[in-house]
Design a binder for this molecule. Structure first.
Ligand SMILES: Nc1nc2c([nH]c(=O)n2[C@H]2C[C@H](O)[C@@H](COP(=O)(O)OP(=O)(O)OP(=O)(O)O)O2)c(=O)[nH]1
Length: 133
């Protein structure tokens, strides 16, 4: 099975975390952390900053690594690296998505996450002391 390697950003602004449903394709409507496929020669951080600029017209600071999720979809194996990202303001432009929400950690369960993202959400609900630093 083919493997797709993506980076995705948990964008934080104050207490809130950014979530958005996929705007197109097989997973349309499933909620995700924005990001996308890595290109040859890029670091994970570079790929993430590029994707978030392309999708949301923002310049993020890529922060600490959260986790790598491996998930078998029927059509491909997904390896997804997630990082915290911060932005100066909540002003984003949805260039590839149709909707978005800023959620508190306690509200994360209120949207329908893609299966791979549900693994990340589990981690976010139990912030470790290190995440808070
Ligand atoms: N970007 C992103 N993709 C995710 C997440 N969770 C998840 O299962 N995926 C899957 C869905 C996509 O099929 C795959 C690759 O993501 P992508 O953003 O590059 O999407 P894509 O295949 O539509 O890319 P493209 O054709 O526009 O280049 O990863 C997530 O949180 N963020």
């Amino acid at each position: 099975m083919k493997t797709i390697e993506v980076v995705a950003g948990v964008i934080q602004n104050g207490e809130k975390i950014f979530a958005t449903p996929r705007g197109y394709g097989d997973f349309k409507g499933g909620w995700e952390f924005p990001g996308g496929k890595m290109e040859p020669g890029e670091t994970r951080e570079q790929a993430l900053a590029r994707e978030l600029k392309e999708e949301l017209a923002i310049n993020v600071s890529v922060g600490s690594f959260i986790c790598t999720v491996d998930y078998d979809y029927p059509q491909f194996h997904l390896t997804m690296h997630t990082f915290y990202c911060t932005i100066e303001s909540r002003n984003l432009t949805l260039l590839e998505h149709e909707a978005a929400k800023w959620l508190n950690r306690s509200e994360l369960h209120t949207v329908n996450w893609l299966p791979a993202d549900a693994e990340v959400v589990k981690k976010l609900k139990i912030p470790s002391i290190i995440d808070e630093l």
